[in-house]
Design a binder for this molecule. Structure first.
Ligand SMILES: [Zn+2]
Length: 102
């Protein structure tokens, strides 16, 4: 998807405001402690939807988030499947499996 430059800049500015760097690093720190992303986001008063929306806009954060979710995921789950997602896995493969189905 492409936006005119001004809109893209506005989008990034809004994302930075809604999920500032301090909140993003606290979120990543919580994930690294093994806290589920939904619980971590709730602790920080943001929605998971907001986190993933921001991750799409701020690609450096998106990469860090995906790498952390992959590193912390449960190795016993079938990743890249709806089953994994339904068992609350939010790694990039499980999210993609659900997005493919929609
Ligand atoms: Zn997964």
């Amino acid at each position: 998807m492409s936006y005119p430059i001004d809109d893209a800049e506005q989008l990034i500015a809004t994302a930075q405001e809604e999920l500032p760097p301090s909140t993003r690093s606290r979120l990543i720190a919580k994930l690294r402690m093994g806290i589920h992303i939904e619980d971590a986001a709730r602790d920080l008063d943001v929605s998971v939807q907001r986190v993933f929306a921001t991750a799409r806009i701020l690609s450096a954060f998106g990469d860090q988030l995906d790498a952390t979710l992959t590193a912390e995921r449960d190795p016993d789950l079938p990743h890249g499947t709806v089953t994994g997602y339904n068992k609350r896995c939010r790694c990039p493969q499980c999210r993609a499996a659900v997005n493919r189905r929609i």
